[in-house]
Write a protein that binds this ligand. Sequence first.
Ligand code: ZN
Length: 240
Amino acid sequence: MKYAIIADIHGNLEAFQTVLEDIKTQNVNQIVCLGDVVGYNANPKECLQIVRDLNIPCVKGNHDEYCSSEEALEGFNPHAAEAVYWTRNQLTTEDRQWLRDLKYSRMVGNFTIVHATLDAPQRWGYVFDKLAAAASFPYQNTQVCFFGHTHVPVAFMRDSVVRGGTYSKFKIDVSKKYFVNVGAVGQPRDNNPKSAYVVFDVDAGTIELRRLDYDIPTTQEKIRAAGLPERLAERLEFGR
Ligand code: ZN
């Protein structure tokens, strides 16, 4: 069994389509999504429609939550808030209900998926370091768990201690647990503008990070045409 694990699409249709084309070349049996289908970029509705049409198992991200709620946003970065209000207006009642119905974490096959952390998924904590990963591991009942939210691909491993670092492809060791960030499809933030996703080959026991060039200028044009903050267009070409 082979899975493609995608996260943080964030309404970036060009990146999403590029990733889907690459997935077709990988003999993947199933695509799985770690949330934040919407928010930031200009095609939230189109991206959401693809996820629904392809019946992709998905968990809820913080932007999925904010964009499907009616509540005022407090303590938000102004660019993020502006994008949330804009996105709310693009989505139908059915779109918002679909997002609201997503679970915070779930199992797919023999692994777990979550947007942020397993210790408190609804609090949207960021796992950048070993300390934060160590807080999540006790709640992980499967050998492998995939997460998103930081938009920075990194793999944490626990045996007697927790270790972590960047990766491109590695083989899993059955005596260890893994908490793996797959990077972002639609807004990479590791100073690499290429779209990111993971291929998890269960039989071979390998996890491979794939990075892809996509049509950034088109995504930027759409952001500008929609009147979304300029910073959201700019950051895509720097991957931050
Ligand atoms: Zn995100």
